[in-house]
Design a protein around this ligand. Sequence first.
Ligand code: GAR
Length: 192
Amino acid sequence: MKTITKKLILLASGDGSNVENIIKYFKNTPNIEVVLVAGNNKNAYVFERVEPFNIETLVFTKSYFNNKFVNIIELYHPDLIILAGFLWKIPELWINKYPNKIINIHPSLLPSFGGKGMYGSNVHEAVINSKVKKTGISIHIVNKEYDEGNIIFQAEINVLIEDTPESIARRVQILEKEHFPRVIKEYLFKIE
Ligand code: GAR
C-alpha cells in the first residue's frame, strides 16, 4: 500500500526557534515532511537555522505575499501551512483556499492579549501590566482576523510576582517547544 507524505510549509519572521524545533521533530518522522520555509525578512535568523537541513526557503515582499505567493504555495501541495513566529496578516484569499489548513502559535492564552501589534514581548508586557495570574500558549486555526480562529490547543503557566517579560518569554518558549510539533502532528491526522 502506498503511503502519502504530508507536506508542511512553515512561515516565520524572526528568530525561528520554533521552525528549527518543528524541522528537527519531523526529520525522523515517516510520512511528514517540511517542504518549504518562507519569510518576509531575508536577514532573519530563521534562514541560518534552516541551512543545515537542506529544505527549500523563500523570501517574499508584501506585494508578492499578497498576490503571487499563493500560486507558489500551490506547487508544494501543502497539507498544512504553519505560522511559527510569523507576523503579517494572512490574506483572505489564502484562508478561502486553505480552509482550516493554516494554523498559528500565539504566546498568550487567547482570546486574551491577541490582535494587531500583539507579538513577542508586547504580549508579555501586557500580561504583566494586567496582573493576570496565568498566561501560556495558544495554537489556533487562522481566520481573517488576527488571533481569532478556533483554538486547537492551549497550555498555561502561572505568572509569578517576580516575573518580567523576559522570564515569561523564556517559560512560554519552553511550552512552545514542548507542545507545538506534537499538536501539529495530531491536527494533521485529524483533518485527513
Ligand atoms: C513565538 O513565541 C510565537 O509564539 C510568537 O513569536 C515567537 C517566535 O519565536 N508569535 C507571535 O507573537 C504571533 N502573534 P521564534 O521565532 O523563536 O519561533
